[in-house]
Design a protein around this ligand. Structure first.
Ligand SMILES: NC(=O)c1ccc[n+]([C@@H]2O[C@H](COP(=O)([O-])OP(=O)(O)OC[C@H]3O[C@@H](n4cnc5c(N)ncnc54)[C@H](OP(=O)(O)O)[C@@H]3O)[C@@H](O)[C@H]2O)c1
Length: 362
């Protein structure tokens, strides 16, 4: 478990190298506001080796958030994350390991016939009902997510996952109504509440791509308030005093700031942005694609870049994402130790205050 004692000790080891609010509250512990992501890269041994070195370097230089998913790089990312967490000179309880389930994963490499693989591994075996599979590759039904969590624990070789996300639930909207997606999420949340009681996960949440960045009339829209309500109902059904639903992941960067600018979520105060609603609901927000999948390493809009701190463009881009109000940690995919070094150094600069962040939109 990512504990208060271990994360504070981790913070004490590293905080002097960093700027203001580099470490931020997560539950009763502290996490770094820059996290390491493991999405991109080919499913090869060479990329595994690079990730291993990068993750160990990051953990040993002040990054205690590592994000993965069972489908990333055909399950190789989860496997290398587990190995690196074990190999690094850090306390396991000081590291927030997050993973996700939803997209059907391949095993080690892309099979010659993906459809046949999904059929035999998941459909014929009874793990996934064909009616729950969208585009033959996405499923968030309770039994399926249960199976995926077991496989993730196995891949990671860890006895629990600190934060487990249901991956891109809006994908299901291609085949079913919004109400049916909320119902299925609630059923799956019940399962996750039980897995939390059993100690297999500490917290859970939803990792998303589009649903929290678009207005309510958009086909991919989901209501965060409804999802939080469903998590609370799930906790009640299984007899938990409070829900273990704790976090949201969404893309956020200089060119994708919709979670701050689009007031598409409903709250008691009327329509608000997703970041504002997440803050009101006491949820942690983790940003993905924080440097636009590498595109922000070369250039930022001149007016925004001028207002950001950092020695390089990529550091400024990271500092934009982690300055947004309500963001706990900005994930940056980095499979090269030299990128880790440059990106972690973004944290030596203070993030922008709320007024300065607002001013970047003027
Ligand atoms: N829907 C979802 O749930 C979702 C979607 C997307 C991402 N995510 C999560 O969020 C994480 C971050 O997003 P992302 O990886 O898609 O995009 P990203 O962090 O915006 O960009 C990652 C890319 O930038 C490159 N890079 C990193 N630091 C660099 C530097 N200093 N100089 C030059 N290039 C650099 C990386 O290359 P190297 O690998 O060569 O270092 C990689 O190709 C993911 O890894 C994943 O964990 C979640």
């Amino acid at each position: 478990m990512v504990t208060k004692t271990a994360t504070w000790a981790y913070r004490d080891r590293f905080h002097e190298s960093f700027g203001r609010t580099y470490f931020r509250r997560f539950s009763d512990g502290l996490v770094s506001s820059i996290g390491l992501g493991t999405y991109l890269g080919d499913p090869t041994d060479a990329v595994d080796e690079r990730y291993h070195e990068s993750i160990v370097t990051a953990l040993e230089s002040g990054v205690n958030v590592v994000d993965t998913a069972i489908n990333y790089r055909c399950q190789r990312s989860e496997r290398v994350v587990g190995e690196a967490v074990r190999d690094a000179d850090v306390d396991r309880d000081a590291v927030l390991v997050a993973t996700k389930g939803g997209f059907v994963p391949f095993d080690g490499e892309r099979p010659a016939n993906p459809g046949q693989y999904v059929q035999s591994e998941y459909v014929d075996s009874g793990i996934a009902d064909p009616d729950d599979l969208v585009r033959g590759s996405h499923c968030i039904a309770p039994d399926y997510i249960d199976d995926q969590l077991d496989r993730s624990l196995d891949n990671l070789g860890l006895d629990h996952v600190d934060l487990y996300y249901v991956h891109n639930p809006e994908t299901q909207l291609a085949d079913r109504s919004r109400e049916a997606v909320y119902d299925q999420l609630e059923a799956t949340f019940e399962r996750l509440e039980r897995r939390a009681d059993e100690g297999d996960i500490q917290h859970y949440g939803v990792a998303t791509w589009e649903c929290f960045r678009v207005p309510p009339e958009h086909d991919s829209y989901l209501s965060l308030a409804e999802i939080v309500g469903r998590a609370r109902s799930a906790a009640k059904t299984v007899g938990n005093a409070a829900t273990h639903f704790r976090a949201v992941q969404l893309p956020f960067n200089v060119h994708m700031a919709d979670a701050f600018t689009v007031e598409g979520q409903s709250s008691a105060d009327g329509a608000v942005s997703t970041l504002a609603l997440a803050h009101q609901a006491d949820l942690d927000v983790f940003t993905s694609a924080s440097i636009l999948q590498g595109d922000l390493t070369a250039e930022l809009p001149e007016d925004v870049g001028a207002k950001l701190s950092g020695d390089s463009t990529v550091q400024k881009a990271i500092n934009f994402a982690r300055s947004a109000p309500g963001v706990t940690s900005s994930l940056v995919g980095m499979s090269r130790p030299e990128h880790v070094e440059e990106n972690v150094a973004a944290g030596t600069f203070d993030p922008m205050g709320a007024d300065a962040f607002d001013a970047t939109f003027e």
